[in-house]
Design a protein around this ligand. Structure first.
Ligand code: AMP
Ligand code: MN
Ligand code: MN
Ligand code: MN
Length: 278
């Protein structure tokens, strides 16, 4: 089993078309894939079709943007019904805030001396409804202002930097509910990424609320996790009896630290989330 249960296409902020993501996964030896675009399911049909043509197992997925205690947290939904009307409507509502946010990001960047960023970022967003920070970052790299996307985030787009606009996404409880009601399994994505802004106590409370509302899994092995971080969240999964997930969070060849399908294996004693995916 080589599962990759977290990656992106250009339906959100990945660089490749959904079918190309699937082909890359297949080329890299993936045997079970979920495409988990941010706040939307519009790449699912194309990805599922390509996976079927290649004989590779595929489950529909989504990565929902959540605001927990003023911190952005991502919750992956695996095995959701991509046609579930409530899920589709709720994700559309989450996406709807992006346009105004993008304008305000552009205005903030202009005040920091970087003009014309909105039209530049739009050029990198194949799906205009999904414009996000990665598209601004790519434009800043392409225009030679910064050497790479990571540096743009460090200087301009991360929390507290000049181009960062606070935004209210979905509530944690409601996002977990949408995923469950659409037949999916909710998984806390890349938990180590929240440790900078959430205290240990706040992170434990996040998992309390998550589990109490029906959340079932945690990404133990993630593209953004060091081996030590994977161990830390393996311990959390054991202690709380959570299913363990694994995902590269692949966005593109030149941006992602881990290629699709190239994650480390899960610790063998954990229950992998894919045993619950039909
Ligand atoms: P948004 O949903 O518009 O806030 O954008 C979030 C996305 O920005 C993440 O899913 C990543 O693709 C990207 N991102 C966030 N932080 C970083 C970072 N430090 N370096 C590179 N990409 C990042
Ligand atoms: Mn992203
Ligand atoms: Mn994420
Ligand atoms: Mn992601």
């Amino acid at each position: 089993m080589n599962a990759d249960l977290h990656c992106h296409s250009n339906i959100s902020d990945g660089c490749l078309e959904p079918a190309a993501v699937v082909r890359r996964a297949h080329d890299n030896g993936v045997t079970l894939l979920s495409l988990t675009d941010h706040d939307g399911l519009d790449g699912t049909a194309e990805a599922a079709h390509e996976a079927a043509a290649l004989g590779m197992r595929f489950v529909p997925g989504v990565e929902v943007s959540v605001t927990y205690q003023d911190v952005t947290v991502h919750v992956v939904g695996l095995g959701v019904d991509p046609e579930n009307p409530a899920l589709k409507a709720n994700l559309e509502r989450v996406r709807a805030g992006r346009e105004d946010r993008a304008r305000r990001m552009s205005d903030a960047l202009a005040r920091a001396g970087l003009g014309g960023m909105l039209s530049g970022a739009r050029g990198f967003a194949r799906n205009p409804a999904m414009i996000g920070r990665a598209h601004f970052a790519r434009h800043l790299v392409a225009s030679g202002v910064m050497p790479d996307v990571r540096t743009v985030f460090d200087h301009y787009l991360s929390h507290g930097k000049p181009g960062y606009i606070p935004h209210r996404w979905a509530d944690l409880e409601e996002a977990v509910g949408w995923i469950r009601d659409a037949g999916g399994i909710a998984v806390v994505a890349h938990p180590a990424r929240y440790c900078q802004r959430l205290s240990k106590v706040a992170l434990e409370k996040l998992f309390d609320i998550f589990a109490a509302t029906g959340g079932e899994g945690v990404e133990v092995v993630a593209g953004a996790h060091s081996p030590e971080e994977a161990q830390r969240f393996a311990t959390l999964a054991r202690r709380r009896g959570l299913l363990a997930s694994v995902g590269s969070d692949f966005h593109g060849e030149y941006e992602s630290p881990v290629d699709i399908g190239r994650c480390n294996p899960l610790p063998p004693d954990l229950e992998p989330v894919w045993l619950r995916l039909t």
